[in-house]
Design a binder for this molecule. Structure first.
Ligand code: SF4
Ligand code: SF4
Length: 187
């Protein structure tokens, strides 16, 4: 399968699996999704507070050169919960498929975990002790929330949608969320 086909197969399957979740599980997913968005926004605020605009503009987005496997099932679930339109990737070029003309196509609360926690040395160098503390606390919160998602479904999701789609759907004929294969813990 091409990346385009894997993406399409993956998001169609994820939307179906999400809709088929028991209501109590969907509620828990929605609750976690809300907290994930808040933690991502908090991380973004830590960075914008030190005025990185000029540095990032000058560097022209070096850290967005590769990102094909950064979008995870969890990042997509956060969008599905609120019926938000999903990012439209372009796999026809050699840079991150989610990069648009004006930067990342995803707003900060919806950006992949790997992207939202990353700051290069130039950006971290602008931060004082208290700003770094705030940043690390927000990252810790976000990491814990992704862990909660994985605990909820009893599955690792950090590998990225395309990889999980190829492994679980295409090769194993399984599901993305693991629902249907076994009983999900709803705690
Ligand atoms: S975070 Fe660093 S590598 Fe990424 S765009 Fe900004 S300056 Fe460039
Ligand atoms: S997903 Fe967005 S933030 Fe992440 S590498 Fe791609 S364009 Fe950059």
């Amino acid at each position: 399968m091409t990346d385009e086909e894997l993406w399409r197969t993956g998001i169609d399957a994820l939307a179906c699996e999400y809709r088929a979740l028991p209501p109590t599980l969907r509620e828990r997913v929605a609750e976690l999704a809300e907290r994930v968005k808040e933690a991502k926004q908090a991380l973004h605020d830590c960075v914008t507070a030190v005025n990185v605009g000029a540095i990032c503009a000058d560097c022209r987005g070096e850290c967005c050169a590769r990102g094909k496997n950064h979008v995870t099932v969890i990042d997509l679930l956060v969008c599905l919960v609120e019926g938000r339109e999903l990012v439209v990737p372009s796999f026809s070029h050699d840079i991150c498929p989610y990069l648009g003309e004006n930067g990342c196509q995803m707003a900060p609360p919806y950006r992949p975990f790997t992207c939202i926690i990353f700051n290069c040395d130039r950006v971290e160098g602008l931060m004082g002790r208290s700003e770094k503390d705030r940043l690390y606390k927000a990252e810790h919160r976000l990491r814990a929330l992704y862990g909660e998602f994985e605990k909820l479904f009893g599955k690792r999701f950090m590998a990225g949608l395309l990889i999980i789609c190829e492994r679980d759907l295409v090769r194993q004929g399984s599901t993305l969320l693991g629902v249907g294969n076994r009983v999900i813990k709803e705690s």
